[in-house]
Write a protein that binds this ligand. Structure first.
Ligand SMILES: NC(=O)c1ccc[n+]([C@@H]2O[C@H](COP(=O)([O-])OP(=O)(O)OC[C@H]3O[C@@H](n4cnc5c(N)ncnc54)[C@H](OP(=O)(O)O)[C@@H]3O)[C@@H](O)[C@H]2O)c1
Length: 249
């Protein structure tokens, strides 16, 4: 594998779960990393300090709400000021708000859309001009297997995650000639805080649908992000790639 030495990556929602595993993997490959978070300063700062010490790279824990235009624009300006470039954007931050559709509230729907869809839109838009100038870049959107299959009780989450397919493919078409690739990952059930709330019974039901008979690890997703960030994957763009133990084929 080639390396990411000297590159700069932004990982939204890098403080925990899948995002944190992605920060470790990109840093291991030599990239400087911006560890974004929305509230959990302690965890984000721990990740940034730990990866910078372990892998001899520069890391910055940076608080911004991916759904806020002013915060995203200010954050990217700060990143450019510090590092002078952005090579890789991983739109990983995401939330759920589960419940019966008939009882759902517009405010909850909007909150999910704002983080899961408007967030990737705003972050992609803010970095694209810098990537276009550099004639190179990688944008990786974190969707979900639920965006492919739908799920009872997760209408807003599923809708926000399938919308990322359209965003990914359109940006891939628009930015391909500028040397920027845009891809989308659809994780299955991965062991993180997001799935820790599931009941034993729900997990057993889930496992019945997974040919590999286990939940995934955040590192399984981080490995694919690493590959999609490297020069090795330069001919892959506009793709939706599942990492789900065979749960959806
Ligand atoms: N876990 C799974 O099984 C699974 C499956 C399919 C897809 N995914 C997707 O993978 C991604 C990561 O999931 P995860 O399980 O690792 O989630 P997680 O453990 O709940 O972590 C979520 C991360 O997103 C950050 N975040 C939330 N809202 C934000 C906002 N408005 N602005 C900036 N950061 C924000 C959180 O920051 P704080 O720490 O500051 O709160 C945290 O770092 C999500 O997009 C999720 O939908 C997960």
């Amino acid at each position: 594998m080639s390396s990411l030495k000297g590159k700069v990556s932004i990982v939204t929602g890098g403080s925990r779960g899948i995002g944190s595993a992605i920060c470790y993997k990109l840093a291991e490959l030599g990239s400087n990393v911006v560890v974004n978070y929305s509230g959990n300063q302690e965890k984000a700062e721990f990740v940034a300090k730990d990866i910078s010490e372990k892998f001899d790279i520069q890391a910055l824990a940076l608080k911004f709400d991916v759904g806020s235009e002013t915060e995203v624009e200010a954050a990217v300006a700060q990143i450019i000021e510090k590092f002078g470039r952005v090579d890789i954007l991983v739109n990983n931050a995401g939330i759920t708000s589960d419940g019966l559709f008939v009882r759902s509230k517009l405010s909850e729907w909007e909150k999910v859309m704002n983080t899961n869809l408007t967030g990737p839109y705003l972050c992609s838009r803010a970095v694209t001009k810098h990537m276009m100038k550099a004639k190179s870049g990688r944008i990786i959107n974190m969707s979900s297997v639920i965006g492919e299959t739908g799920n009872a009780g997760q209408a807003s989450y599923a809708a926000s995650k399938s919308a990322l397919f359209g965003l990914t493919k359109s940006l891939a078409k628009e930015l391909g000639s500028r040397g920027i690739t845009v891809n989308c990952i659809t994780p299955g059930f991965i062991q993180t805080d997001m799935t820790a709330v599931m009941k034993e019974e729900q997990i057993s039901q889930m496992l019945e649908q997974i040919p590999l008979k286990k939940l995934g690890d955040a590192k399984d997703i981080a490995s694919l992000v690493a590959y999609l960030s490297l020069d090795d994957s330069s001919y892959i763009t506009g793709q939706v790639i599942g990492v789900n133990g065979g749960m959806n084929m």
